[in-house]
Design a protein around this ligand. Structure first.
Ligand code: AMP
Ligand code: MG
Length: 334
C-alpha cells in the first residue's frame, strides 16, 4: 500500500504505449523523463532545446563541461546532427546500431552548445530498447540523456534505482524493468580520420576492432582532464560507502567492520563477510556487466561500512566493468 502510494508520488509509470505517449509529450514540453535503455536508465530531455537540456545538468548536479549523448531512433537521423563523411561510420552503425555504441562526430549547427559542452563534436547513439526507441520517435526529436543518477554516483539499471537517487527531480520515470547490458555505451571518436576508443562500454572492444582494425585508446584511469573525452573523470560510478579491490588487509577488516564482498564468480572461500554477492555464477563477463550496478546498489544499501570487490578479468565486457570499478575505487583511495 505504502509502496504503491510512494511510487505514484515519484511518477514511476509502467512503460505502456499510453505512458510512453504521455512521456513524449513531457519531452516536447521541455520536461525531464527517465527511461530505460539496454545500457542503463537515461535522464532524458529534448536534445534541441537548451533550456530543457539545462534541467538535466541541474537535476544531476553534473558539471556543464561534461557533454551529453544524443539518442536517435533512426539511423538516417545521424546526418541531421553530425558530419558523416568518414567511411567507417556506416560500417560501424550497420553492425552495431541499434546498440551500445556512441559515435563522437563533428556537430551540425542544429545541436545546441550546452549538449556538447561547447565542443565542435557531438556524441550520438541509437539505443536498442523498444521503450527508448518509441519515446524518441513519438517526441520527434533527439533525446539528450546521460545516466539517470546523481553526478559521480552509481548508474541506475532499474526504475527504483532512479527514484533512490533523483526522486522528485524527474517529471516521469518510465519503468521498463532491468537493463540487459548494464554498463554504458562504448564511445568511439575520430582523430585525423582515425577511430579512437574514448570509453570502453557495452560492446566489447574485440567486436569493434573486427570492423575498425586495432583501435587507438584514449582513456585512462587517472587523467584529470582529457580534451578528447571531456567529462571522463578520475573517479565516477562510486557507491556512497568506501569500496576497495580485494587486498591483504581484507581478512583483518572483517573482524572489526561490517564488510560486504562482491565476487566475480560464485565464491569458494567465504571469510567473515556481512554480505556476499557475486556477479556471475560461472564467470561470464556479459552476465557480470548486467549485474554490476544492481549488486553495487544492493551493497550500498545494506548497512555496511566497507565493500571489497574482486577484480574481473579484462576480456570482453570485463574491460568496461573494470573501467567502472577502478573509477569507483579511486574515490576512496588515500
Ligand atoms: P554519459 O555520461 O554516459 O552520458 O556519457 C557522456 C560521455 O560521453 C561524456 O562524459 C564524454 O566522455 C563523452 N562525450 C559526449 N559528448 C562528447 C563530445 N562531444 N566529445 C567527446 N566526448 C564526448
Ligand atoms: Mg553516467
Amino acid at each position: 500500500m505504502f509502496e504503491k502510494a510512494f511510487f505514484k508520488f515519484m511518477k514511476i509509470l509502467p512503460a505502456s504505449s499510453e505512458n510512453i505517449k504521455k512521456a513524449a509529450e513531457f519531452i516536447k514540453n521541455g520536461k525531464l523523463v527517465a527511461f530505460p535503455t539496454e545500457t542503463v536508465y537515461g535522464l532524458g530531455a529534448d536534445g534541441l532545446n537548451p533550456i530543457a537540456v539545462s534541467k538535466i545538468f541541474e537535476a544531476k548536479n553534473r558539471p556543464t563541461f561534461n557533454p551529453l549523448i544524443l539518442h536517435i531512433a533512426d539511423k538516417s537521423d545521424l546526418e541531421k546532427l553530425a558530419e558523416t563523411g568518414n567511411q567507417l561510420i556506416y560500417k560501424l552503425i550497420d553492425k552495431f546500431w541499434p546498440g551500445p555504441l556512441t559515435l563522437v562526430l563533428p556537430k551540425k549547427d542544429v545541436v545546441p552548445e550546452i549538449v556538447t559542452a561547447g565542443n565542435p563534436t557531438v556524441a550520438v547513439r541509437m539505443p536498442d530498447h523498444p521503450v527508448a526507441l518509441e519515446l524518441i520517435k513519438l517526441s520527434g526529436r533527439p533525446i539528450a540523456a546521460p545516466s539517470a543518477n546523481a553526478f559521480g554516483e552509481l548508474s541506475p539499471t532499474t526504475a527504483q534505482h532512479v527514484v533512490k537517487q533523483l526522486g522528485k527531480k524527474v517529471d516521469i520515470i518510465l519503468d521498463g524493468g532491468s537493463c540487459k547490458v548494464g554498463v554504458e555505451s562504448t564511445i568511439i571518436g575520430f582523430v585525423n580520420e582515425e577511430p579512437v576508443l574514448l570509453r570502453p562500454g557495452g560492446i566489447p572492444l574485440e567486436q569493434i576492432e573486427s570492423v575498425t582494425g586495432q583501435l587507438k585508446k584514449h582513456y585512462t584511469e587517472s587523467e584529470d582532464s582529457n580534451p578528447l573525452s571531456p567529462g571522463r573523470l578520475p573517479f565516477h560510478y562510486s557507491p556512497n560507502i568506501p569500496i576497495r579491490f580485494f587486498d591483504d588487509k581484507m581478512e583483518t577488516e572483517t573482524r572489526t567492520k561490517r564488510v560486504g564482498a562482491l565476487f566475480f564468480k560464485e565464491p569458494g572461500v567465504k571469510l567473515n563477510f556481512a554480505k556476499i554477492l557475486f556477479l556471475s555464477k560461472n564467470g561470464d563477463t556479459k552476465e557480470a556487466a548486467a549485474n554490476l550496478f544492481s549488486a553495487l546498489h544492493e551493497l550500498e544499501t545494506s548497512g555496511l561500512d566497507l565493500i571489497y570487490v574482486e577484480p574481473v578479468p579484462e576480456t570482453g565486457l570485463g574491460i568496461a566493468i573494470m573501467d567502472r570499478l577502478k573509477k569507483a575505487v579511486k574515490k576512496y583511495e588515500k
